[in-house]
Design a protein around this ligand. Structure first.
Ligand code: 5GP
Length: 215
């Protein structure tokens, strides 16, 4: 074994997790962020109202429709989309600084945002779709949260079918039978993508100027 691992510059990537609400994406994201110190969360801006348990600047930047339009006009967003009647967008600057510094950025965005990133930043994007094991299980999970009325559950199930219909545009698909197993799979994807040759920009220098020269 070597005493010191060689430091090789690597560009970070955008790690997108999409799923219908209730499929376990929020739990997976939280666990991943706790376990992985090189991963940071992208905080989106939204025009939707803040929920009681949410914090400004942590869950979202809550902005007016006017401010959101200004941000779009200034090209502040990497991607933006209307999701179920509200506007959501990913501020570009924090993501770009993190990628340049070799940090990976976790995104909780929908299929429309992922599609835009695939078009504009294909080399920086790794996307995973989280599927529930069944629609029955998804509905049970939504009900267990006990946050919503029957009518809202019905709307969420219809939204879920719509989001699920885009599963086949993602790089990876994980069916969330068991949260620990899904977490392990997602961590494996993260680690594999980190050693992708094309991201390790410092490799040529390492191999040619250090490794082969015996430095
Ligand atoms: P919620 O309002 O429940 O927090 O999120 C609703 C949906 O909006 C989720 O599917 C979430 O992934 C998506 N979303 C959150 N932030 C963004 C964003 O910045 N861009 C896009 N395209 N979707 C987002």
């Amino acid at each position: 074994m070597f005493a010191v691992a060689p430091k090789i510059y690597r560009r970070g990537f955008m790690f997108v997790l999409s799923s219908p609400s209730g499929a376990g994406k929020t739990t997976l994201s939280r666990r991943l962020l706790e376990l992985d110190k090189n991963l940071m969360m992208s905080v989106s801006a939204t025009t939707r109202a803040m929920r009681p348990n949410e914090k400004e600047g942590v869950d979202y930047y809550f902005v007016t429709k006017g401010k959101f339009r200004d941000m779009v006009a200034r090209k502040d967003f990497l991607e933006h989309a209307e999701v179920f009647g509200n506007m959501y967008g990913t501020p570009a600057d924090p993501v770009d600084s993190a990628l340049d510094a070799g940090r990976d950025v976790l995104f909780d965005i929908d299929w429309q945002g992922t599609k835009q990133l695939r078009e504009t930043r294909p080399r920086d994007l790794v996307s995973i779709f989280i599927l529930p094991p069944s629609m029955k299980e998804l509905e049970a999970r939504l009900r267990k949260r006990a946050e919503d009325s029957d009518e809202v559950i019905g709307v969420r199930m219809a939204q879920a079918s719509d989001e699920i219909s885009h599963w086949n545009t993602y790089d990876y698909v994980v069916i969330n039978f068991d949260i620990e197993e899904s977490l392990h799979r997602v961590q494996c994807i993260l680690e594999a993508e980190r050693v992708r040759r094309t991201r390790q920009h410092g490799l040529t220098d390492f191999v040619e100027n250090k490794l082969l020269k015996g430095v």
